[in-house]
Design a protein around this ligand. Structure first.
Ligand code: PLP
Length: 411
């Protein structure tokens, strides 16, 4: 993989901040968009924009074709059985809300259990809290080992409880960076018929996903975390489950027939896609999938491994840095969360920003995890295939400067 060549596809990486070339290490929040994605969306808007599934004119027909074919691209990308199993949403959050509302709130009953993990992003936590409140189900957590970030073995037994009707977890943690053995966990939950919801927001950008092989019942991810334009997300669901679910939103395009007092819903996936759809988002998503596929997950993972290994080595040499979770590069999927002794994470981010370095700080929408770990906030550097070892070195250098600015030694 020629990184210099790849970086030319991302004009935003040329941005200068105070004379410093920007270093973008906030990829777990959102990735940058390459020229082929920008171009594909621009072309669609300049030459082919229409409202899909409505009208017989050239643009409406084109929009319908573009939209419908995009589903096949996504289907192949995540290994779904049928394009009917691919529903577009705005993002992972909306996908997970759809499941919690349309499946959780209609299938759970008093005394049932929803099992999630303490590491969940709020979008895979808050919707389940409400599902529990509405149905009388109980929300239970699997906890992680504070040192390694792995699930506590004893806690995994909670999965075997036949009262657990829904098990929802992220394949990769957005704070700890650890990847869980989703396939084994799914099999364990299926042993007693629980439905499994997999949050793929942080896994889909970094590894080949095959939902049939994983055998998850639902899978959610966001386009913007894998180089697509924002505002488009995906919910995969097994056809047999989606077919019997109630739609989340009602209105145009999701119907078969409407009478004064009664509506027959459209077939999948339209049943879950009310209103005019975001065709330019679908165009951007397809272009992003094609772009990422042309680079290949082997190369992507290889570069991320180089960056994470180098960054961890260098961070470990700094006595004022505390890494959150495992310090093993094999257990970090492209991101490292850490704290700087005596310096608030927001100050770290602010000072680094003056040097053009973009990292994320706060609780990363995982407040219960931070509370459990006994930390208010952390800093997070997250990499993607267009980042370089030189950028990591510059970041490490400027971290020492952060300590000095705050009046402490850098050694
Ligand atoms: C693990 C995880 N789940 C869900 C989300 C929510 O994604 P979005 O903001 O695109 O809905 C994120 C976003 O960072 C995430 O990291």
């Amino acid at each position: 993989m020629n990184i210099e060549l790849i970086r030319r596809d991302f004009p935003i990486l040329e941005t200068k901040v105070n004379e410093h070339q920007v270093v973008y290490f906030d990829n777990a929040a959102t990735t940058q968009r390459p020229l082929p994605v920008i171009q594909a969306v621009t072309d669609y808007l300049m030459h082919g924009n229409g409202n899909p599934h409505r009208g017989a004119h050239v643009f409406a027909v084109h929009a319908s074709e573009v939209y419908d074919t995009s589903k096949n691209v996504v289907k192949n990308f995540i290994g779904a059985r049928s394009a009917k199993e691919i529903i577009y949403t705005r993002n992972t959050s909306e996908s997970l809300n759809l499941v919690a509302r349309s499946y959780g709130e209609t299938h759970l009953k008093k005394g049932d259990k929803i099992l999630i993990t303490i590491g969940e992003h709020h979008s895979n936590l808050v919707p389940w809290q409400r599902a529990a409140e509405k149905t009388g189900a109980v929300l239970e957590y699997i906890y992680v080992d504070k040192e390694t970030g792995h699930f506590i073995e004893e806690d995994l037994k909670k999965i075997d409880d036949p009262q657990v009707k829904i098990f929802a977890f992220a394949q990769v943690s957005n704070v700890l960076g650890v990847k869980f053995d989703a396939k084994a966990l799914i099999e364990r939950a299926h042993a007693h018929g629980a439905v499994v919801v997999l949050d793929g927001a942080q896994s889909t950008p970094h590894m080949k996903i095959n939902v049939q092989d994983l055998d998850c019942d639902f899978f959610a991810f966001s386009g913007h975390k894998l180089c697509s334009v924002g505002g488009i997300g995906v919910l995969y669901g097994k056809e047999e489950i989606l077919s019997e679910m109630e739609p989340f939103l009602l209105g145009g395009d999701m119907i078969d027939t409407v009478e004064e007092q009664k509506t027959v819903y459209a077939d999948l996936p339209a049943k879950f896609e009310a209103g005019t759809q975001y065709v330019e988002g679908a165009v951007g998503l397809v272009a992003a999938i094609q772009y990422i596929s042309s680079i290949g997950f082997d190369s992507i993972r290889q570069q991320e491994k180089i960056l994470v290994t180098h960054a961890l080595e260098k961070l470990k040499e700094l006595p004022f840095i505390h890494i959150v979770g495992s310090k093993n590069p094999d257990e970090k999927e492209g991101l490292i969360s850490f704290t700087v002794e005596d310096v608030h994470p927001h100050d770290v981010a602010q000072i680094l920003s003056e040097d053009g370095i973009c990292i994320r700080t706060g609780h990363h929408c995982a407040e219960p995890l931070h509370r459990y770990l006994g930390i208010n906030a952390t800093c997070r550097a997250s990499f993607y295939f267009y980042n370089t070892v030189d950028e990591v070195d510059y970041f490490i250098e400027r971290l020492k400067h952060v300590r000095q600015v705050m009046g402490y030694t850098a050694s």
